[in-house]
Design a protein around this ligand. Structure first.
Ligand code: AMP
Length: 664
């Protein structure tokens, strides 16, 4: 018998990244080495930001079903670090591999994990309990998956409905909760937030407030504590009796108190955005929604952009008791009018009402000295359109969908708060160093006044035509549904790496083409499923467009099943001049060859007639006449009309855009 040999490398290794988990799948090697004892080993390496300088992943990474001697052709690798480059090698091994190990027995793949929310906070302790309060402390989550920006403590009376809770936020790992009722059991949960969002809440932590004014130290066992405890128990008993006797009155009081709390703290999900211009004194809105920062806490470093009201700079903010952070500083240029000051600060009053990882965060304002400033978190990669153009072709589809998911999530938050953005476009999205995208530009009157893409409409007022839904252009019907239209355009910008929507067509031509039912085609290599979502966002009837919550769900589904992103328009032959395609239902699949077109207009019965007569491309079809139709055997006048009018539509569209192609 011939000697057996080591197997060749596994084939077709593919990876799916889901937050901090990676699934690998492969197929068997082409050459088994003439043996039956084939297994696989997985090697995990964590690499530097440039993909170089790799080191073994070590313990802490979990493999399902296992890392070594795998008999299956798939493995799931969990508990990786967020935002980290990993290289995985899958080795095909058999009984003689140790005799002749070589790199040709392994296939490898490099991935970048996504952002993940922090793991739950696990250990909470009550440091100090009084009649009306408690001091809590806890440990950082085991897997923070990024810089913890904030903790949220949720608490409620144990006997009350859990929905009547209160929330307290803190940047440190402790919180002094005040205003509790004596002798009452409370339930606490804590969760952490990073740029990726909130992690899960901790398991419930319960305790009862004291009956006596002096604090009881929980971990001591000395006589003082014992004495206080005994006195406490007696007083506790007395108070129990008192509580029982005046029970009805007390419970009514606490209900009233709870009701007033409810207005302020409860049901955060239905909080509605307040338009600062509804305040008689807009400065009041600034005071309410934006924190005043002392100018001495800010160090301006360099100018990074020009805003409508003045320079935008980067710099540092060091608040007392907090760590120094990088910030963006928008300044109001000297010589402003009162209206300009009000409009400038309105952005802060709006931004200050939002708290979401995909919405730019307001740190505060400087209004007590000059220049007046708005301080926000710093976004290292600047605006999304420029960032994409600079990185043309560098991201995986999953990364691009991750970007879209972030924007959709921010927009869902805004629409839940009944805030309509009106100027959603890639230029108004900022990107940080972790590729997290955040919606920005909340100025009110400035919306569209200074936007170079905004054009005056016949009814006055400026509108960024290419990004705006037809009903908003026609009669200023701005709603979350018109924001969804703009979101579809942002999707197109992202998938085309910052291409200008509708290239250099004039605004008038864009309005006309949209009115006639034409829509942007899928960008190069864009998955069909994403283009379909864009077309859904560009439904003429605004009620038929998806809601942002549905868009987020849809993108999550695509991220979970990356196979659904594999099919791109490239697999369907398409005429390269057809850059816009009609949005009517019969055209909703990418317009491909003549056969697809006939199917789309329900005339597929004539497919053979067209083929036999040599009309195989849309370019040939659009020039056909009625006589041509009769000649190739289409006798019905109604069918001739239908085919000709559809072909005319294609022709006028081709003519409209033929000269306007920009080289990609
Ligand atoms: P805006 O007035 O908001 O359009 O800002 C003008 C320019 O400043 C933007 O296009 C960005 O390039 C830059 N910029 C604004 N805010 C930030 C930020 N938070 N982080 C980084 N760059 C920013």
């Amino acid at each position: 018998m011939p000697c057996t040999q080591p197997p060749s490398a596994p084939q077709h290794l593919i990876s799916n990244v889901n937050e901090t988990s990676v699934n690998l799948e492969w197929s068997a090697p082409a050459f088994s080495g003439g043996r039956q004892d084939l297994t696989y080993n997985v090697v995990c390496k964590r690499c530097g930001p440039d993909g170089q300088r790799c080191e073994p992943c070590g313990v802490g990474v979990h493999y399902t079903p296992q890392q070594l001697s795998l008999r299956t052709t798939r493995v799931s690798i969990n508990e990786l670090q967020a935002h980290t480059n990993y290289t995985f090698q899958v080795w095909a091994i058999n009984g003689v591999s140790p005799q002749s190990p070589g790199p040709d027995q392994a296939a490898s793949v490099t991935v970048t994990t996504n952002q993940a929310a922090p793991s739950p906070v696990t250990s909470i302790q009550a440091k100090d309990i009084t009649r009306h309060g408690v001091s809590l402390a806890w440990q950082q989550p085991e897997r923070p998956n990024g810089v913890i920006l904030e903790y949220e403590v949720k608490y409620y009376e144990k006997d009350q409905n859990e929905r009547s809770y209160r929330i307290m936020k803190t940047a440190s790992r402790s919180a002094d909760i005040k205003g509790l009722s004596p002798l009452t059991s409370y339930v606490f949960h804590v969760r952490a937030r990073t740029a990726a969002g909130y992690g899960d809440f901790s398991a419930p932590f319960e305790f009862m407030t004291n009956s006596v004014p002096s604090p009881i130290i929980g971990d001591g066992a000395n006589s003082t504590v014992l004495l206080v405890s005994v006195i406490g128990s007696v007083v506790l008993l007395l108070i129990f009796i008192a509580v029982f006797v005046i029970g009805r009155r007390r419970s009514k009081y606490s209900k009233a108190k709870q009701d007033s709390d409810e207005e302020k703290h409860l049901h955060p999900g239905v909080r509605i955005y307040v338009d600062p211009f509804t305040y008689e004194d807009p400065n009041q809105a600034v005071r309410e929604f934006a924190k005043e920062i002392d100018a001495s806490c800010i160090k301006i470093e360099k100018v990074i952009g020009i805003g409508e009201f003045g320079e935008v700079c980067s710099g540092r903010l060091k608040m007392p008791g907090k760590r120094e952070i990088c910030v963006a500083i928008k300044t109001l240029k000297a010589g402003y009018t009162e209206k300009q000051r009000r409009d400038f600060l309105s952005e802060a009053s709006i931004m200050g009402q939002f708290d979401h990882p995909n919405i730019i965060r307001l740190e505060g304002v400087v209004t007590k000295c000059k220049p007046v400033m708005i301080i926000t978190e710093y976004m290292e990669n600047g605006s999304l359109d420029a960032f994409l153009r600079k990185n043309d072709g560098r991201f995986t589809v999953i990364q691009l969908v991750g970007i879209l998911r972030g924007i959709a999530s921010g927009m869902k938050y805004l629409s839940d708060m009944s805030y309509v953005h009106r100027d959603l476009a890639a230029r108004n999205i900022l990107v940080n160093s972790n590729l997290v995208c955040k919606v920005s530009d909340f100025g009110m009157s400035r919306v569209l006044e200074e936007d170079p893409d905004a054009a005056y409409t016949t009814r006055g007022g400026k509108i960024p035509i290419r990004w705006t839904a037809p009903e908003a252009i026609a009669y200023r019907k701005f709603t979350s549904a018109s924001d969804v239209w703009s979101y579809g355009i942002v999707m197109w910008e992202v998938m085309s790496y910052g291409e200008r929507p509708y290239w250099d067509m004039s605004n008038q031509d864009v309005i006309k083409a949209i009115e006639e039912g034409y829509r942007l085609p899928p960008p190069m290599d864009c998955p069909v499923s994403l283009h379909q979502l864009m077309l859904d966002c560009w439904q003429k009837e605004r009620a038929e467009r998806p809601k942002f919550s549905q868009i987020v769900n849809m993108l999550d589904k695509l991220i979970r099943n990356p196979n659904t992103l594999k099919r791109t328009g490239a697999e369907i032959p398409r005429p390269n001049t057809t850059l816009l395609e009609p949005s009517s239902p019969e055209f909703s699949s990418p317009l491909g060859n003549v056969s697809d077109w006939l199917t789309a207009i329900n005339m597929e019965r004539y497919r053979d007639n067209f083929t036999a007569a040599g009309y195989t491309t849309p370019e040939a079809v659009v020039h056909m006449t009625q006589e041509d139709m009769t000649r190739i055997g289409i006798a019905s006048a109604a069918h001739q009309d239908k085919i000709l009018s559809s072909a005319q539509g294609m022709l006028s569209q081709m003519q409209q855009i033929q000269d306007r192609m920009v080289p990609v």
